[in-house]
Design a protein around this ligand. Structure first.
Ligand SMILES: NC(=O)c1ccc[n+]([C@@H]2O[C@H](COP(=O)([O-])OP(=O)(O)OC[C@H]3O[C@@H](n4cnc5c(N)ncnc54)[C@H](OP(=O)(O)O)[C@@H]3O)[C@@H](O)[C@H]2O)c1
Length: 256
């Protein structure tokens, strides 16, 4: 099959088209003919070698964490899906680094698959899994956003941020978000109550006593500063210092 691979870490010119073997399907996996994939920040971070402490891959490596496509083969233990189903998924990370989604075919475990809604194109569906799941895990499971809470999503116009704004609103929160001015209309359409232009306004000047902050832009200290005592902050963009994690800057605040 054709796949876009890298044979060394580096810039985008390390990506090239190659012929590689179609991955073998395990008992609990399906093989998907990939119609669309998407690009997330993890793709360029991995390409540049920033994930070497996490993934011990040998080259060539196939990147890509999202797919939408059609099932062409099912393993014998697969129960809920069949050949011909249109699906979308964020496949598992495979240790060999050769089963990414920049390829004509990719394997996915049954428990990581969902049927693609008929009203979504393959391209639209492939934009959802990684960013959508990240936002869902943070808003629902980690921050545990409840109705009536005040929540700030830093970077609301991004892939993760735009799902987070919608989910926080769905759970009944008052949602503030930071963005460039050209994204204000879009963010209000998807549920933001307040959009702050981060180019001209500091959140610390306009927000206070927030219950929760979801940081997607690595501005942890600013986020902590607007929390009320016992407020919660989760970051997916930075590494909180011990001081930030302990909440010693501001009493009881919790940072993950
Ligand atoms: N994508 C994922 O599934 C995922 C998973 C785990 C971790 N992460 C990490 O989370 C971060 C965001 O990922 P993403 O996929 O959402 O990125 P993205 O789609 O590239 O979005 C980045 C957004 O950040 C906004 N931005 C940049 N600087 C900002 C600032 N100072 N204040 C407020 N907004 C700012 C920009 O908004 P404007 O256009 O409005 O300026 C841009 O739309 C990355 O560090 C990524 O590695 C992502």
């Amino acid at each position: 099959m054709k796949a876009v691979i890298i044979s060394a870490y580096g810039k985008a010119d390390q990506l090239y088209l190659a012929d590689i073997d179609v991955p073998k399907v395990a008992e609990d996996e399906v093989l998907v003919a990939v119609e669309a994939t998407s690009i997330n920040p993890i793709d360029w971070k991995a390409r540049q070698g920033m994930l070497q402490p996490v993934y011990n891959w040998s080259f060539p490596v196939v990147l890509g964490w999202d797919l939408a496509g059609t099932i062409v083969q099912v393993g014998p233990a697969v129960k809920k899906f069949k050949v011909g189903d249109d699906v979308f998924a964020r496949p598992d990370n495979y240790k060999d680094g050769k089963k990414g989604t920049y390829a004509e075919y990719a394997v996915v475990k049954e428990d990581k698959l969902a049927l693609k809604p008929a009203n979504l194109s393959f391209e639209e569906a492939a934009g959802i899994p990684l960013a959508g799941l990240t936002a869902y895990q943070v808003i629902k499971d980690q921050l545990k956003i409840r109705a009536g809470e005040k929540v700030l999503i830093q970077g609301g116009a991004g892939g993760v941020g735009s799902f987070a704004v919608q989910l926080a609103k769905y759970f009944g929160a008052y949602v503030a978000t930071t963005a460039s001015p050209q994204n204000e209309v879009f963010l209000k359409e998807i549920g933001a109550d307040e959009v702050i232009d981060y180019h001209t306004t500091k959140i610390t000047d306009v927000l206070h006593d927030y219950d929760a902050v979801f940081d997607t832009v690595n501005e942890i200290d600013a986020g902590i500063s607007i929390l009320k005592p016992n407020g919660r902050l989760v970051t997916i963009a930075g590494n909180p210092s011990e001081k930030q994690k302990s909440g010693s800057q501001s009493g009881e605040k919790q940072t993950k």
